[in-house]
Design a protein around this ligand. Structure first.
Ligand code: AMP
Length: 107
């Protein structure tokens, strides 16, 4: 599949990975907008959050918040912005569902 984030999951292209389990991956955004800027993704490929029709798949993506919460606690982050862009008009550039976790905009 010609998906940038699937290639990161498969280690075909490098990324600075900060969290991984059987179903999820989190890595540093290559173009950070905050001191901490991570992307949290499900390993299962979904192009767009708003296009998911199956309830079980929606539940998979809802766990992105669980991972974000774990990272916030583990890294002792003080405040954050969680953001998911859906579709081109709304800022999505990479079509593999991902949650931005940003913290500390003093950069
Ligand atoms: P979005 O605009 O919500 O689709 O976000 C895509 C994000 O992916 C942007 O913030 C990019 O900086 C980031 N990005 C693009 N390519 C890479 C890469 N190879 N490794 C890490 N982050 C990337």
């Amino acid at each position: 599949m010609d998906c940038l984030f699937c290639k990161i999951i498969d280690r075909e292209i490098p990324a600075d990975i900060v969290y991984e389990d059987e179903s999820y991956l989190a890595f540093k955004d290559i173009n950070p907008k905050a001191k901490t800027h991570l992307l949290i993704i499900p390993k299962k490929h979904f192009e767009r959050f708003d296009k998911i029709n199956n309830n079980e798949d929606v539940k998979i993506t809802s766990w992105l918040f669980e991972i974000a919460h774990k990272i916030i606690k583990d890294q002792n982050l003080n405040g954050c912005r969680l953001q998911m862009n859906c579709w081109k008009e709304h800022g999505q550039e990479v079509f593999h569902v991902h949650l931005h976790l940003m913290s500390d905009f003093n950069i």
